[in-house]
Design a protein around this ligand. Sequence first.
Ligand code: BGC
Length: 519
Amino acid sequence: MQGPVDSASASGDSTEVAPVHTGRVVYIAVIAALGGFLFGYDSSVINGANKAVFYQFQVTDTFLQGFAVAIALLGSAVGAFVGGRLTDKYGRKKVMVTAAILFLIAGIGQAFPIGLWDFMLWRIVGGFAIGLAAVVSPMYISEVAPAHLRGRLTSLFQLAIVFGIFATQLVNQVIIGLVPDQPGAPVLNPQVPPVEANNELALGLEAWQWMFLCMVVPAVVYWVLSLSLPESPRYLVAKGKSDEAKQVLEQIYVDDVTPRLDSIEDSLKGEHKMNMADIKGPALGLLPIVWVGIILAVLQQFVGINAVFYYSNLIWSAVGFDESRAFLTSTIISAVNVIFTFVAIALIDRMGRKPLLLIGSAGMFVTLGILTIVFQTAPKCTQALIDSGGQAGCTGVSELNTPILSSSSGWIAVIMLNLYVAFFAATWGPIVWVLLGEMFPNKIRAAAMSIGVMANWVANFIVSETFPTLVGISLGLAYGLFTLGALVSFLYVLKYVKETKGVQLEDMGSLEGVELSKS
Ligand code: BGC
């Protein structure tokens, strides 16, 4: 299949629409994006399995429980940090293949842990693979995609993430549906009672083990298919393999690729070895453009998206939905997340990155603001209420201080939460990955992306670690802080983010006014 997929020209601007082998380009981007599917799967499968794991190993300490879940995020931060260096040293493709193999190992390891210590180790391995995938996939897709399609092709990475999250919800729900309702295991300690996922499902394995084992399938698919990908032409040029780079460019573009190859060569002129020193600059030790990447990555987390995902069951039961309906509500949220990512894909190369980010920030500000008011004004669960027999959403110590929502305020919360996810999915979710993949000049892309993606995971860790404590103080406070995050994100984008729609990767340096030292 060949021919241009026109978008930018339809909106009447001057973006170059080069004729491309569309089928080939989409194939390459879809396979590379599969890393996102495993990112989504591995990061959220724990939502359905955590309580069963805590029972299995009798983990009663709540700090340890939180840590066992969150430790994967630290693995991701490390994976992101080394990911850039690895992609520059060994190539984008080898890093994708490595990530796939690590996902496979992590899936099997988490399904068959000997104790909590090695369970945590496998979570770190999975997290590390996520960190690698988060650097290499958007980078690779941006480097292979023609400028006029780059936004939507890189958005496929986010689409894959949210499909991965959605798939986990479905897999977990199906698995739970297949086991007997009543936990069969004995109560050893009332603090960590057995749950349905502790019941045996098949082949002598318990439901929670199957939840992790299912990851083996996409990991193997990703592994096998990533072997069929061509290497990134930008990487090949950087390694002095211009002939190979030309062959890859010919798989993508219909026209003569010589001018493209020349401009990539120009942008990488001089002996070049990736070096963290390349991103050093005058602004607090880093180039200003690197700060823009870091701050965007952090803000993507500070609007609170993962508090919704990793803790959605907890939030919903806190506001009166029981465990079984909590599964349903989080599945609905995941579906909204998937559907609205398509909106981003449809709009990103037409409207551009900046307007969408601004719309997303404004939408999240309003929806989070309303949620804050709902939670803040609702009556709270008190010890006296629990002692007097409780009421929905206020039956145990764990619910102390949580808002008790009436059915009308509960519905407002449900609608606002879904709208909030829709705004995130159509804007900040995909666009931050698109920008991180494309906004840096060729020479510093790997190093700068590493730092940006690492910042995303550190911020994710901070939010996930502090959220339970904040909720303990007040759910309204937690949402109030996310509302503030949305406001800051609006103001920041307005002032500091430059539009990159349709700009060639080779021209990013001049767009951003980046002065690189000649190395
Ligand atoms: C974020 C993740 C998040 C996911 C949810 C991604 O863009 O980086 O932290 O879990 O979106 O949609």
